[in-house]
Design a protein around this ligand. Structure first.
Ligand code: 5GP
Ligand code: ZN
Length: 113
């Protein structure tokens, strides 16, 4: 298994886990772009948004739900935050195990570069 996020999920690779349940884990990004940068990752290996199927609808919903609940837990909901899926090469996706970035703790510009 070459997928680094599967290795984190299996415990083969260390990470700073901030959320964990039977479907999803959340861990701090190794190269944070803001004071808060957490990756919410389904335990199920799905490469990218393009590959979501109707059987994954509940999982997608839970991914967003867990991210926003974590943002609320750490108080980011009052200042705001960004949730990002990078899908494919042009978006800069580097790890092909789907993940939702939760980014916050500083003012961000739009559109992204
Ligand atoms: P992408 O560009 O694929 O949406 O984002 C991948 C993210 O995974 C990047 O922000 C990168 O810093 C993060 N990342 C890559 N390898 C590791 C790792 O081994 N551990 C952790 N915690 N984050 C990683
Ligand atoms: Zn994987």
């Amino acid at each position: 298994m070459e997928c680094i996020f599967c290795k984190i999920i299996n415990g083969e690779l260390n990470s700073e886990i901030v959320f964990d349940n039977e479907n999803i884990i959340g861990f701090n990004d190794i190269n944070p772009v803001a004071p808060t940068h957490v990756l919410f990752v389904p335990r199920k290996h799905i490469e990218k948004v393009d590959d979501f199927e109707t059987e994954d609808l509940a999982l997608i919903g839970e991914l967003i739900y867990r991210a926003k609940e974590y943002a609320k837990k750490i108080g980011l909901n009052s200042s705001g935050y960004r949730l990002v899926f990078n899908n494919g090469k042009d978006a800069g996706q580097a790890v092909f195990h789907i993940h939702l970035h939760l980014i916050g703790g500083r003012i961000m510009s739009w559109p992204p570069g």
